[in-house]
Design a protein around this ligand. Structure first.
Ligand SMILES: [Zn+2]
Length: 569
């Protein structure tokens, strides 16, 4: 082994690995992992080889390894940013070992990231893939650690920012006692081009995929009915949409109810688009956004001199929406005087501009929306009962986002493509950890809140990177009970990453300053009692022990001659 290539301590990598059994999840940093039987993976590999043939199987498996390596490369600079190139690079071989692929021993490495120079030779002992290949298919004629090679190539290519090809010079699948690999940039291999196809996904398929994403993004900006709010498979959501669809063919007045941010305006627009009024205007008015004295003029229009300051005649929103749809949002905020005129417009299809006696006929479908209880507003005298009856002919309740968590994934992805088109960014997706947090968030602000977070995520994520947890929830807490890998490789309960870092620092100090265990305990007990202002029960709670246990330990410390800060009695 090259003496310059001694592995640095892998505590930083082990700390990335978290088992969260209560959640049914395992994490490597912010990547979700899974513990799998090599026998099962070996069978899958075998079935693939026998069904599509070794050439296609090799491509699929190489790309699988390549994707894993690429993802692990993201950790290198994040974890060892300040260290030497070789220490940073060794994150790859060390993670590959931690993940159980093989024992990796660096033989020779020459890296110059700035010049793009790379040469690497490594020895692999007990590659799981070589064992799996021999077990299922017997001795191989050619090297067969395709997933592992894909990993080395994916990791190194992402690290170097150029395609680096690894090949096996010997392989345990062929009968050797270990595998040996060599990697260099693809154009430095005489037969590099022939290997390129193994590492790149089908370029034609990729182009089609990119084009279809663009078409999808464009379509969602053109067609309001296809926008985020109307995506959903949850039964409550499908029911609401079904009601909307049935109303579209009629002239009925529709009342949309639901919490703020559920997408009432988009429902109203969709209703308009689905109806035969779609060629006529859709006009939206937010009753809460207009001052009470202006709302009548806005809705019904003004005749010249109709009120002080009305210098010219002006058509109201009702007239402008003639033949189409008028959407009245937050109808519960409408003043009583305007409510009377609205009722007449709904019943007779007639309006009068302010300051005019001329009766005008309008053919407008009204869609009203509210997030307040209109019955309660009626009881308080703030809303006309006859108007409520008139509006409530066809109510549609739009469910809150937390009532349909299964739809969040599809909604978030649709918003992602819309906002990445809008902001001109290529985003690789949403990390599993971020998606899990999005799915469990209570969403008080509903679809609008989700939209805000995704837009923020698109802006914060790196070009070609994924939206990570911290981009959407900067304050996200870590799950409570976690297990990580101790130095002996056994699972051990650990706290959050911050707690673990703090603990590491404390341990360094304690060991560095030669404190004895008794002295440490003594100081900890005293600090807890002082912090609890002498209240032993509270101090015991802080330490996670019972009051009698605390009293006993304080007494023992006092007897050992170290004076206790408090009287334990
Ligand atoms: Zn091999």
């Amino acid at each position: 082994m090259d003496p310059h290539l001694k592995y640095p301590d892998d505590a930083d990598l082990r700390r990335l690995l978290r088992f969260v059994p209560d959640d049914g999840s395992i994490w490597l940093g912010d990547r979700r992992m899974v513990l799998l039987h090599t026998v099962a993976l070996g069978s899958l590999r075998h079935d693939l080889i026998t069904s599509v043939g070794p050439e296609h199987a090799r491509r699929v498996l190489t790309r699988m390894g390549y994707a894993c390596g690429q993802r692990d490369a993201e950790f290198a600079k994040r974890l060892r940013g300040g260290q030497s190139w070789s220490e940073m690079f060794l994150v790859g071989p060390q993670l590959h070992m931690l993940e159980g692929a093989a024992k990796v021993t660096p033989v020779k490495t020459d890296i110059d990231l700035d010049a793009g120079r790379f040469y690497g030779e490594y020895r692999w002992d007990h590659s799981w893939e070589a064992y799996a290949h021999r077990e299922k298919l017997g001795l191989a004629e050619e090297p067969a650690c395709w997933i592992l090679l894909g990993y080395a190539s994916g990791y190194t290519s992402a690290f170097m920012g150029r395609l680096v090809l690894f090949k096996e010079t010997t392989c345990a699948a062929c009968g050797a006692d270990h595998c040996q690999i060599v990697g260099r940039p693809i154009d430095e291999w005489p037969d590099g081009e022939a290997h390129r196809a193994y590492f790149e996904s089908d370029s034609l398929l990729e182009k089609i995929e990119a084009l279809s994403q663009q078409v999808e993004a464009l379509r969602s900006t053109l067609d309001p009915a296809a926008e985020g709010a109307l995506i959903g498979q949850a039964p409550a959501f499908r029911r609401a949409y079904e009601l909307l669809r049935k109303a579209a063919g009629t002239q009925v007045t529709v009342l949309l109810t639901g919490e703020t941010g559920v997408g009432k305006e988009r429902f109203a627009r969709a209703l308009h688009e689905l109806s035969d009024r779609r060629a006529a205007p859709f006009v939206a008015v937010n009753c809460a956004a207009l001052p009470g004295e202006l709302i009548e003029a806005e809705l019904f229009g003004v005749e010249k001199g109709g009120y002080t300051g009305a210098h010219a005649a002006r058509a109201g929103r009702f007239e402008r929406a003639d033949g189409g749809t008028l959407f009245l949002d937050e109808i519960g905020e409408m003043p009583l005087a305007a409510q009377a005129k609205l009722l007449r417009a709904l019943q007779e299809g007639e309006i009068e501009r302010i300051g005019s006696e001329v009766v005008r006929k309008v053919r407008v479908r009204v869609v009203a929306a509210t997030n307040v209880d209109l019955e309660a507003a009626v009881a308080q005298g703030r809303f006309r009962r006859d108007l409520l009856y008139r509006l409530n002919v066809y109510p549609i309740r739009i469910p809150a986002l937390r009532e349909r968590p299964g739809d969040i994934d599809a909604l978030a992805r649709s918003m992602l493509s819309r906002f990445s088109a809008l902001h001109g960014k290529r985003i690789a997706g949403i990390s599993e950890r971020a998606m899990q947090a999005l799915t469990t968030h209570p969403w008080p602000g509903n679809v609008r809140e989700l939209e805000n977070l995704i837009e923020r995520g698109v802006i914060l994520a790196a070009q070609d990177g994924a939206i990570e947890l911290e981009h959407v929830f900067p304050e996200a807490p870590e799950p409570q009970r976690q297990a990580g890998l101790g130095p002996q490789g056994r699972l051990a309960e650990v706290g959050s990453r911050e707690q673990q870092d703090l603990l590491d620092r404390v341990l360094d100090r304690v060991l560095g300053e030669g404190l004895s265990l008794d002295q440490l305990e003594q100081q900890l007990l005293e600090a807890a009692v002082t912090a609890a202002k002498g209240n032993l029960a509270a101090a015991a709670r802080r330490l996670g022990i019972t009051r009698p246990q605390l009293a006993y330990r304080l007494k023992r410390a006092a007897e050992a001659g170290t004076p206790a800060a408090v009287d334990p009695s």
